[in-house]
Design a protein around this ligand. Structure first.
Ligand code: S3P
Length: 418
């Protein structure tokens, strides 16, 4: 249980942890490349540690020194391994694709939350490439057996970077060309990193093609995670002024900035630069009155993990907001349509869950109270923002789950001025 007091003002300069998606890929792909690479500003969160443990089990050597990882990869993975993916959807889905054409068998599994999430969305398309994959009724555990893969064109139903990446990583071992076409472009960190590692890959809008390739190791300097920065950006908008340093602003991730534009949140991007194929900036956000918004369509995948936080911001806006086209929230670490609505309502707001999102009746304030994380890191951190900006603060149960993506979240929250 964590008590969070309401604050008059929240101000400060913050350096946030490394990007979770980029860290997973830097570890996984370098583990599959013969040679050594260094990953700096890596996220040392539980999900990425699950990826490290799996890659070690498959034969890679990974040493940690603070936020620096040294990865020595192997082209041939060890067979017959038990791969514990913990709470991490990215680990289990990407790894299922990566190992499916490696000529080995493997058993991939995870915790209770991960075991309830859909895995047919990767097993089905990988099966179309000829992979030999057995799920447990569409869920983990997933058993992968050796198979010879044949590339083909696959049109995905959902805009999911995890599904797209699983197919592309399988395509690295498939004969011929493997093409993925998405309904809306999802985050493209896999494509960028594969290109930097010398893979034969071509991108044309929502269409990505890979061919059988050997990967060369690549050093990666991981930008700070915009999904983690978003909580501090929101606190700037609600309660003062925050500067988040060196944040990744890959256009497939910046939906939160589009939402800020519509809400009326004042922000500036400073010190823009490119590092390791990904653009970064320092993001300054200032206290702003917010108006209700309607948000759905193509911007949703670019801020899928920030939607609970956006719904919370809408509770502090004036008027009725509607967030739609976000059915995917139901299959995250918790059913985030349900858990976000319950969180906002427990704080004294009015959020009505819908089939594919929320209606939020903004009252420009929340009273505070006792809330639950539902063991979902993004809900725990959204709750903390809501309590700091509320009238009387309150308590979060099971707040430790924020270690999945942001181990020192509450220390950084303490550092914001009172
Ligand atoms: C991720 C993709 C997203 C996101 C998750 C990380 C990734 O999931 O929610 O936190 O690293 O590829 P989907 O691809 O399932 O939308």
């Amino acid at each position: 249980m964590k008590f969070i007091s309401a604050r008059e003002r929240f101000e400060g300069e913050f350096t946030l942890p490394g990007d979770k998606s980029v860290t997973h890929r830097a570890v996984m792909l370098n583990s599959a490349a013969e040679g050594e690479a260094t990953v700096t500003n890596a996220l040392i969160g539980e999900d990425c540690l699950s990826t490290c443990a799996c890659m070690r089990a498959l034969g890679a050597k990974i040493d940690l020194d603070g936020t620096t990882m040294r990865v020595r990869g192997v082209e041939r993975f060890r067979a017959g391994r038990e791969l514990d993916c913990g709470n991490s959807g990215t680990t289990i889905r990407l790894l299922t694709g990566l190992v499916s054409g490696k000529g080995i068998d493997a058993n991939l599994f995870g915790d209770e939350s991960l075991s309830s999430r859909p895995m047919a969305r990767v097993a089905r398309p990988l099966g179309l490439l000829g992979a030999n994959i057995q799920t447990t009724d569409g869920h983990a555990p997933i058993f992968v057996a050796p198979a010879e893969l044949q590339g083909r064109e696959i049109i995905t139903e959902v805009a999911s970077a995890q599904v797209k990446s699983a197919i592309l990583l399988a395509g690295l071992s498939a004969n011929g060309k493997t093409t993925v076409i998405e309904p809306v472009k999802s985050r493209d960190h896999t494509e960028r990193m594969l290109a930097a590692m010398g893979a034969k890959i071509g991108v044309d809008g929502n269409r990505v093609t890979v061919e059988k390739s050997r990967l060369s190791p690549v050093d990666v300097c991981v930008p700070s995670d915009i999904s983690s920065a978003a909580y501090f950006m929101a606190l700037g908008a609600l309660k003062g002024k925050t500067l988040c340093k060196n944040v990744g602003i890959n256009p497939t991730r910046t939906g939160i900035l589009t939402a800020f534009d519509r809400l009326g949140v004042k922000y500036t991007l400073q010190n823009r630069r490119v590092s390791g194929g990904e653009e970064t900036a320092d993001i300054l956000v200032e206290k702003s009155p917010m108006q209700a918004i309607e948000l759905g369509g193509d911007v949703v995948p670019a801020m899928i993990d920030e939607l609970p936080l956006l719904a919370l911001l809408c509770a502090f806006a004036e008027g009725e907001s509607r967030i739609y086209d976000a059915k995917e929230l139901k299959v995250k670490e918790s059913d985030r349509i349900k858990t976000t609505a319950e969180l906002i309502n427990a704080l004294g707001g009015e959020c009505i869950p819908t089939e594919d999102g929320f209606i939020v009746r903004g009252k420009k304030k929340l009273s505070g109270g006792k809330v639950n994380s539902y063991l979902d890191h993004r809900i725990a951190m959204t709750a903390a923002v809501g309590l700091i900006a509320s009238e009387k603060g309150g308590e979060i149960a099971d707040e430790q789950c924020c270690a999945i993506s942001f181990p020192d979240f509450f220390d950084k929250i303490e550092a914001g001025t009172r």
